[in-house]
Ligand binder design. Structure first.
Ligand SMILES: [Zn+2]
Length: 541
């Protein structure tokens, strides 16, 4: 196996990809090398910036330099001793229509120049294209993908099987299923460049997720043309293991300055929000006055530093189990990214199944966007499918969450516990305590120390969607349980009347008794007496 997964968070992973020129760590960014004009030399990309891999275009090499890269070997020709990926000319097809090369020629050429990772001659679907045309691109790419295995001769090259279909998700699914059956080592999702340029990150989510769900999960997935650090965390969280970027250079040409939070035009900046070796001793004004070539190189190099810094932050976030927090932070840099984050709700089951649910760090819960986090989905699934309350439990006491965690150690709960301790053993045995708590919903007392039910921080006051979510979890829990009576300690200060309404509705439908006690702090003494009284009552009264 050429790909080994070391760490995971969400669908993101840190992996080791073995190529014939050495192993590289994913998530990986391949800067695009244009063999005709190159602002930053490939050698410097590795030595000064730390890029272990680059991508270049086999079609351009063949057309312009013919046999020269074969005679010198590709690595010598472009002067890069790391991993070199080649694209086949598919992008040129997308931009210029047909290319003057066939698949056999371009496969053979990539083998002869000695690419480490190489691509078949797929037909990109593109963005502004109807369903019929999109179907043709998928069918033709598939036909070539199957044919390719009769053409290839080298086994030490990792071959990329591209997924097409564009925004036609049924076609993406078909393309992924069929291509996934073929023994490619890597897959790549085509045509997202235009989607990203029009800021349709929500469409991108659908495209990536459709590919991911239908591809073999253990193979690396490359995203073509995803070169802006603003969306690295989104792509990585959805399971893209690598991408390539020409953007660092294209943006530089247009005087655009990348940051992990968005793009600025050089003349809009009064200060550089960056401490990379380029920006450290410069001001935007001084850079703007430089001759154009020098200015372009400055911006390209800064853009590369920003990309690699963001990639490192994301890797550390995966190690720390905080990729969600990182993604959420980036999602707030542009409404289109937040729209994309909201889209993850449609894929919460798949993400939950593939994500680690136990981590070394606690969760930060900011708002209802976070309800789709795998840890929360996981708790909900466990509670409905694998959990049953103690057998003797007849009365459920529902207690609100406290600031202190685990909840059973909070002073508020200790007081309630005192009341419970006044009960006879028989009554006490029939009582089961559970908490209602955001964001998880219902937390049975005996589970409140299980990760991450105590290991999280939440922002207060809760937003309406979070309150509604917890109220629904409470209702579902009651619906599926066998309790005879419910005693709700209603914290209307934090929950308004939502939990009470959910309980009342469900209890009424099930014909079980509901008692409610308001937990206003002033009446705490009163509360204890009332709890005791209610619990001591004979259920038939
Ligand atoms: Zn900089």
């Amino acid at each position: 196996m050429s790909f080994e997964i070391k760490e995971k968070d969400l669908l993101g992973r840190i992996g080791k990809l073995k190529t014939k020129s050495g192993s590289v760590e994913t998530p990986l960014l391949f800067p695009v090398i244009n063999p005709n004009i190159q602002l930053v030399s490939p050698r410097r990309l590795k030595e000064d910036f730390g890029f272990e891999a680059v991508i270049t275009n086999a079609y351009i090499l063949k057309k312009r330099y013919q046999d020269k890269p074969i005679q010198q070997s590709l690595h010598k020709f472009i002067d890069f001793d790391g991993t070199i990926m080649t694209d086949s000319g598919a992008y040129q097809i997308l931009v210029y229509g047909n290319v003057e090369v066939n698949q056999t020629e371009i496969v053979e050429y990539q083998e002869r120049i000695g690419s480490d990772i190489a691509t078949i001659l797929d037909i990109p679907t593109g963005w502004k294209i109807d369903k019929d045309q999109a179907t043709t691109t998928v069918q033709e790419t598939l036909r070539r993908a199957k044919d390719f295995f009769k053409i290839k001769t080298r086994n030490d090259i990792l071959w990329v099987g591209p997924i097409q279909g564009g925004r036609h998700l049924d076609l993406v699914a078909k393309s992924a299923v069929e291509t996934g059956k073929l023994p490619f080592q890597i897959h790549a999702l085509g045509s997202p460049t235009e989607v990203m340029e029009s800021y349709r990150f929500d469409v991108l989510v659908d495209m990536i997720m459709t590919a991911k769900i239908n591809l073999p999960i253990d193979r690396p997935l490359h995203l073509f043309g995803a070169g802006h650090p603003i969306m690295f965390s989104l792509a990585i969280a959805l399971g893209c293991d690598s991408f390539d970027s020409a953007a660092y250079a294209l943006y530089a040409k247009e005087n655009r300055y990348m940051t992990e939070n968005g793009t600025w035009r050089l003349n809009e900046l009064d200060y550089f929000p960056c401490q990379c070796p380029k920006c450290m001793n410069e001001t935007p004004k001084k850079v703007a006055e430089k001759p154009s070539k020098e200015r372009e190189t400055f911006l390209a190099e800064h853009n590369l530093y920003v990309c690699i810094a963001e990639l490192k932050r994301i890797k550390q976030a995966i190690r720390d189990g905080r990729l969600w927090e990182h993604l959420e932070m980036r999602a707030h840099t542009h409404p289109a990214l937040l729209t994309a984050l909201k889209k993850l709700r449609n894929y919460e089951d798949f993400i939950e199944k593939q994500s680690p649910t136990v981590k070394t760090s606690g969760l930060f819960f900011f708002s209802s966007h976070d309800i789709v986090r795998p840890e929360i989905v996981h708790h909900r699934k466990l509670l409905t499918t694998r959990y049953s309350p103690p057998k003797e439990a007849k009365i459920l006491v529902l207690v609100p969450q406290t600031r202190t965690k685990p909840f059973h150690k909070a002073i508020e709960f200790q007081r309630i516990n005192q009341a419970l301790n006044h009960l006879t053993k028989e009554v006490l045995n029939s009582v089961h305590v559970s908490f209602y708590a955001a964001p998880f919903g219902v937390i049975p007392l005996e589970l409140d120390e299980v990760y991450p039910l105590s290991q999280h921080e939440i922002s207060l006051p809760l937003d309406k969607e979070t309150v509604d979510y917890v109220a629904k979890q409470v209702a579902d829990y009651l619906q599926n349980s066998q309790y005879k009576r419910i005693l709700l300690l209603n914290d209307s200060e934090n929950w308004k009347n939502n939990i009470r309404k959910a309980c009342r509705k469900t209890c009424l439908a099930k014909g079980i008794q509901l008692e409610t006690i308001e937990t206003k702090p002033k009446r705490s003494k009163n509360i204890l007496t009332r709890i005791e009284m209610i619990l001591k009552k004979n259920p038939s009264e």
